[in-house]
Design a binder for this molecule. Sequence first.
Ligand SMILES: Cc1cc2nc3c(=O)[nH]c(=O)nc-3n(C[C@H](O)[C@H](O)[C@H](O)COP(=O)(O)OP(=O)(O)OC[C@H]3O[C@@H](n4cnc5c(N)ncnc54)[C@H](O)[C@@H]3O)c2cc1C
Length: 619
Amino acid sequence: MQTHQYDVVIVGAGGAGMRAALESSGQVRTAVISKLYPTRSHTGAAQGGMCAALANVEEDNWEWHTFDTVKGGDYLVDQDAAEVMAKEAIEAVLDLERMGLPFNRTPEGKIDQRRFGGHTRNHGEAAVRRACYAADRTGHMILQTLYQNCIKQDVEFFNEFYVLDLIVDHDLSAGHVPDGETVNATGVVAYDLATGEIHIFQAKAIIFATGGAGKIFKTTSNAHTLTGDGMALAFRRGLPLEDMEFFQFHPTGLAGLGILLSEAARGEGGILRNGEGERFMERYAPTIKDLAPRDIVARSMANEVREGRGAGPNKDYVLLDLTHLEPAHIDAKLPDITEFARTYLGIEPYTEPIPVYPTAHYAMGGIPTNIVGEVLRNDTDIVNGLYAAGEVACVSVHGSNRLGTNSLLDINVFGKRAGRAAAAYAKTAEFRELPENAADRTIAQLEEMRERPDGERVSDVRTALQVTMDANAQVFRTHESLVQATDDIRALQARFKNVSVQDKGRMFNTDLLEALELGFLLDIAETVVLGALNRKESRGGHFREDFPDRDDANYMRHTMAYRRPLDGSEEATALAEASQGDITPENAFTHVSDFENYKVVLGSKPVVMTRYEPMERKY
Ligand SMILES: Cc1cc2nc3c(=O)[nH]c(=O)nc-3n(C[C@H](O)[C@H](O)[C@H](O)COP(=O)(O)OP(=O)(O)OC[C@H]3O[C@@H](n4cnc5c(N)ncnc54)[C@H](O)[C@@H]3O)c2cc1C
């Protein structure tokens, strides 16, 4: 076992992690730990763009961007956070430009901008060109640019190191914090894939930037590595997860595969058609049609299929039509995604429409933070020295539905903020002592898994999880479907206790790591379905067929899921009540779910409103 000491440790080398590293490494000793080689992070798969109200090609301003974000998130957005993001967007794009990012340009040489879903002029009048882009490889360019700048700045990377535990001085999953005491994050435990060796990193400040959790679903645009590690590690230490029921289903995944075709295809003029050739979005969103936000488009597509107007032999998808666009335009603006259609479906997008269907894409929820990036342990108190940014976090700028191009923006704005805040904190803080046995839990878990004789296969349990999530917690949800998913997850948690790995070795044992990642997926899926079961309304990405309307009176609040000990039931109930704010007991989120050795308690947190009153959401 090796131990290391750094002022700031960043877990994750995607856009959020590396943007944070650029801020903190110039000021204090910083290490970045990543289970992937940095440039393999999912940020590199992002296609369409990163928005900012630069007004380079059309009139625009950050206030319209804030409004669109709040409305797009169906008013569950914390408006102070959305304001920060929209204002700082402009600087965030310019930062990247100065670092050398090759954005597409207008003929005059300015950064070009294109349309994207839900981004409008003057509070919904018409679609506006707000997304800055580099063809359909924007994320690739961001990731490469950030990495090159990290290298230039001598950032220290620990690549192919898996963080498997967060060290805190009070483990909230085991009980409550004595009154007046603070909770402090003191380090992380990591596993070196190459050698199987355990490393302890002691740090004054830790930033989680571990990305999303799309692999809880079968049909997803997400990479295999998006297994919700950071969320699960925080949750297992008793920290809350916020708004986990809100998962985004992107309208245009390649049918049957889930591989993403960017919304930029519609931003550049692509049209969705049903099996009868009809441009059906005209019926669902008469003003901005195919460029309505993703939740609305995904639901409309699923509805067309359900009502028998799907395309193809089984009428189980719709079509993305680019055939009216000039081939030269397609080649210049959408080269990668059209190549995906050719490679994976054998479709020629110049002349044939592309079969598409919604695919699980983005976690709106995550580890709750304030606008500085500090992690919250309840409605108001922070964990000293712990920060989160990017898809793993919930600030909440996306509310119940994220607008396209707002995530590449989020990772840059809040990655930068978290990096700055962590460095500032580390400058004033002292290292805190680590417990003697800091790595014992992780070592025991690894050894047990490795030594277990024949048992369940990881892939069987994972597939069963993904199948139930696709069937029961996707675009349409009901009480019955969610109860089914909950029961299935419980049964799978039990089976997980019995999984064994074939590879018993220590070097490059990816088998072993996949088993641990499955554990994270199960924990995350559980918070998604419990939150969805409890939220008896429809809002943004969460649609309950049995409660099809938004219910602001009862549900205009964030969900907070906590893991608590089973025997602490009184405390757990008190916690649920204490986190209600001014909500009456009748409305309280007190759904408590007992698993074998812990329970999940759902509390709530008020939504921050500044200037926008909730309205009905029409486009
Ligand atoms: C196909 C696709 C296209 C997209 N297109 C767009 C777009 O055009 N515009 C937009 O705004 N958004 C887009 N998104 C969303 C956006 O790309 C992501 O939300 C964002 O890039 C996430 O960045 P991140 O830094 O939070 O995480 P990631 O880039 O996913 O990085 C996560 C990092 O965490 C590390 N990590 C994870 N677990 C561990 C662990 N246990 N130990 C150590 N390290 C760990 C990984 O190694 C990785 O470096 C797209 C997403 C997908 C999937």
